[in-house]
Design a protein around this ligand. Sequence first.
Ligand code: GLU
Length: 549
Amino acid sequence: MVVTRFAPSPTGYLHVGGARTALFCWLMARRHKGKFILRIEDTDQKRNTPTAAQQVINDLRWLGIDWDEGPDPDDLTRSIGPHGPYLQSRRRNIYDKYLQKLLDLGKAYYCFDTPEELQNLRQKAQTHKKTFLYPRPDKFPDAEDLEKARADGRPIAVRFAMPCREIVIDDVVRGRVTFAAGEFGDFIIRKSDGFPTYHFACVVDDELMQVTHVIRGQEHLMNTPLHQALQQALGFRIPVYAHMSVTVSEGGGKLSKRERANTFLQFIKNNTHRINLNALARTGHLTPSELDAFLNGQSAPDGPLITAMAEHLGVHLPEINLIDFLHSGYLPEALINFLALLGWNPGDNREIMTKDELIAAFDLERLIKANSLFDRQKLIAFNTEHMRLVEPIKLLDHFKNYLRAHDSPLAQADDAILAQLLKACAGARTLADVENKCKFIFIDKIEFDPKAVIKVLKKPDAPDLLAQSRTALAQLHPWNENSIRQAIEMLCKKNNVGLGKVAQPLRVALTGTAVSPPIADSLVLLGKQKTLKRIDAALQFLKHEEYGD
Ligand code: GLU
């Protein structure tokens, strides 16, 4: 049976690259009716935050990736599956057992170096232009040495004695990769804080959890010889390895959090004169001096704070973490489809694919070696398609989830209204587009977008046509899509003008902007009373503008 695992080190929100790894592992397991395991690699006490694992789990659930074994999503301390616990921090006794085995076999040894001593050794190697390899002692420390080190208060770690022989990795994506003998030195498998290192915990768990296929990012290729040497020393199986190609951003580099912060800083730089920095600091929960440090490139606040400040200023930042895509109004179905095609293809020209179609077509053999481009325009196109394809009831769920994440004024609306909005906005590219187009219904006072005022309301015939619309609509009964459409068509005929001439001024009057769902839908959604009130306010506004008050 195929068994794959996704093994994030939870240090914060799930990066979209991590989501892609998770997706490929999941697709592989589902394709072969195997098992997909979620394992939390939280052995780095300095980097893991307590909420990070829960966040990763929430992110995976949003994406629609489920696991057969792993932590219980509702209570991380509980396990689902027979090989738990699935949090490495809770498996220390298991690692210790295998560690002892290596010590007993003389394949690992204690070491007591302080960080300064190690730094000196490293520096020496650097001065001689040599790669640093830890100098293995002629005789491994014994129990007495261990006692003494303990009494002296020295750090106590354990190193694996790396065999000096060529190592060959047969990787599904990269082919045969050979590492020369002596390329790797003895490496730490248990740190002085008592926790195993990533290499050791990962190898022990892949064996005990019966993982058959390790699918992970290319950056781990250099770790694989270490893992293989450990597997051989412990008499473990060697799983199939597939190191996935890298995804690059349109700017050419890695998709990194820095890209988001930089876009934000650039915007501030270009708009300094019209930004109220105190209000901005308040939105980001920063003191003015913390904001200052950020603007001067000395420190960067947490991702969610940057997101809050960007939303406050209406700046769009490139999405990097999975949660950013939720905030920008993408559908998980679209993201899954898009991510699956980064470094893989179904072997025909299909692009838009559902989850089930992806599962049916997935195949490790078609993972490609070349880097893939994170093409954001393509993602928008995919999202537009999936907005159309997804079942209305699911789309409604996604919309509600999106609105909740935003504290949007639309979140108060009931399901029937939200479903109506989605229907009226058919063809929208993202859920954010739907929200933006429909916000006007839920706010008390609209603000006129100066561009829309110039382009539409200030056209010579606009005020008159708006006034005529007011009269016609005031008499209208019943108030529905049909009656409204007829009334508008009649006005167009009477004045011998196209639909836009009547509809656009109305749209700006109702929404303050030039975008909304189709005009009759917009009027129905807003209701008769509010419609008439807003037309009056727009006519009033135009009068004031004319007389310059
Ligand atoms: N915890 C490692 C990471 O997040 C897992 C690597 C692996 O899949 O072996 O990169």
